[in-house]
Write a protein that binds this ligand. Structure first.
Ligand SMILES: *[C@@H]1O[C@H](CO)[C@@H](O)[C@H](O)[C@H]1NC(C)=O
Ligand SMILES: *[C@@H]1O[C@H](CO)[C@@H](O)[C@H](O)[C@H]1NC(C)=O
Length: 254
């Protein structure tokens, strides 16, 4: 009992409250893949808009499980496995499965930190020879890419279409990020770490066309080329923060 209590206290000690959460994309808002289907243009409920996906059931593209989260994230009980496949198409032939924040908050004012963690495994690994756009804005002023640039096996940070930083996207490791976006000064910087390590700034502020209508941050993956086999991507710890950045991956206390 004593050790359990101590563990609980230590776990809470990992949480911090540097900034204020403007929007939480915690996957704990959802218990089953079908819960994402409750959102529609006529019924804008939940944390995410869900319309960029194929014609199959949502369970073809989204799955929830404690094993799918970054264990270092303490504010979320389960994470998301997102699967793109030859039938994950929307409007074009490209493979796409993307969640969009559902919120009335202004996600494009002052300086905001867009937090998220991403992972891949050996099984159903993303193809490093094909271009993927990951966690991007409609105008692509900041995004991650995989399968392009040098080397294509790096997960790379792009600003306005140019690679600025990259890291070997090895399987089984969580890659944690925060886009630091100054919507007034029109710059973007990058914070990153792996697994349970604190975020550190890896990319200094760069001029960018920082603009969002608060409904064009794509939490997911777009692959240009439609071809078998399917790919699995894992996401966890998605939230947007104002104020000072929380560098602990554990998350922010309410
Ligand atoms: C879509 O593709 C996935 C992966 O190949 C498969 O599991 C699923 O059954 C397919 N869905 C439909 C509706 O064909
Ligand atoms: C900036 O992005 C907005 C929204 O996508 C677009 O309308 C505008 O043309 C872009 N401006 C520049 C200079 O690229």
């Amino acid at each position: 009992m004593l050790s359990l209590r101590l563990g609980y206290v230590l776990a809470l000690a990992g949480l911090s409250s540097a900034g204020t959460v403007v929007w939480s994309g915690s996957f704990d808002n959802y218990q089953t893949p079908a819960d994402f289907d409750k959102w529609s243009w006529a019924n804008k409920v939940g944390a995410y808009q869900w319309y960029i996906h194929g014609d199959g059931p949502t369970s073809d593209y989204l799955a929830l499980d404690p094993a799918y989260k970054n264990p270092a994230v303490e504010t979320e009980a389960h994470g998301l496995k997102l699967t793109i496949s030859s039938n994950a198409t929307w409007r074009t032939d490209m493979e796409r499965a993307e969640l969009i924040p559902q919120t009335t908050a202004n996600l494009g004012t002052g300086t905001l930190y867009y937090h998220f963690s991403v992972k891949r495994e050996e099984e159903n690994a993303p193809d490093p020879t094909l271009e993927h756009q990951v966690l991007f804005f409609e105008s692509h002023f900041t995004e991650l890419k995989y399968g392009v640039g040098t080397p294509t096996t790096d997960l790379q940070w792009y600003v306005g279409g140019t690679s600025k930083w990259g890291t070997d996207f090895v399987p089984g490791t969580w890659f944690n990020f925060a886009y630091e976006i100054d919507f007034d000064g029109k710059t973007v910087a990058l914070w990153a770490s792996t697994d349970g390590d604190d975020l550190v700034k890896v990319g200094d502020a760069i001029s960018a066309n920082t603009t969002t209508d608060s409904a064009d941050f794509h939490v997911g993956v777009l692959r240009i080329v439609n071809r078998d086999p399917p790919e699995d991507w894992y996401f966890s710890g998605v939230y947007i923060e104002s104020g000072d950045i929380t560098t602990s991956v554990a998350g922010v206390t309410a």
